[in-house]
Design a protein around this ligand. Structure first.
Ligand code: SF4
Ligand code: SF4
Length: 186
């Protein structure tokens, strides 16, 4: 009897109270603040270093420096956050919210803006020019040092007689006799 009364009480309460479930997706979901949802990138800050690629356990990121692209297969991402923690530019982060479902495991590619690509090309050209100039200066310095050494130490002519070795003179004065030797000679 008491079980029946309990059940009736719960039934009546639920009939007059609001449902505990949400009318998703009409009502947007409210995610916890620190939820590890999905990775987002500020692509123009990316320097294409590839650290995120190497730190990603399921290998779902690819980076193309020449094309200025960063690609992720979100369906393989396990939201571990390693890529975000390794990124030196802090341009990756995990934000609350889930990846929308899809019919195929398609990857998403982000492209750097044309202004950033142009600035990177300019910087690369400047670096290459500086490197070439430094290389040229080093070569010239080495050549000058080589010429200076050759002038200071002329090489002996081919076929030249070797330098005479010092020979002991045959008529060199005999060594001085000691007093004992002089006495025995007398
Ligand atoms: S969160 Fe983890 S799995 Fe997802 S892209 Fe980053 S490193 Fe890879
Ligand atoms: S670690 Fe950061 S800067 Fe490096 S390639 Fe990945 S997103 Fe770009």
């Amino acid at each position: 009897m008491s079980t029946f009364l309990n059940f009736t009480g719960t039934l009546l309460k639920n009939l007059v109270s609001k449902p505990v479930t949400k009318n998703y997706p009409e009502e947007p979901a409210v995610y916890p603040e620190r939820m590890r949802g999905r990775i987002v990138i500020d692509i123009d800050q990316c320097i294409s270093c590839g650290l995120c690629v190497r730190s990603c356990p399921p290998r779902c990121i690819t980076v193309d420096k020449n094309e200025g692209t960063w690609t992720i297969n979100r369906f393989d991402c396990i939201a571990c956050g390693y890529c975000a923690s390794k990124c030196p530019k802090k341009c990756l982060k995990l934000i609350p919210g889930y990846q929308k479902p899809g019919r195929s495991k398609a990857a998403v590619t982000y492209h750097k803006s044309e202004e950033v690509m142009e600035a990177e090309r300019k910087k690369a050209a400047e670096m290459a020019a500086k490197k070439a100039a430094a290389l040229k200066a080093a070569k010239e310095k080495a050549a000058a040092a080589g010429a200076g050494t050759a002038a200071a130490k002329p090489m002996p002519a081919a076929g030249a007689a070797p330098a005479a070795k010092p020979v002991a003179a045959a008529d060199a004065a005999p060594a001085a006799k000691t007093p004992a030797a002089e006495k025995s000679a007398e």
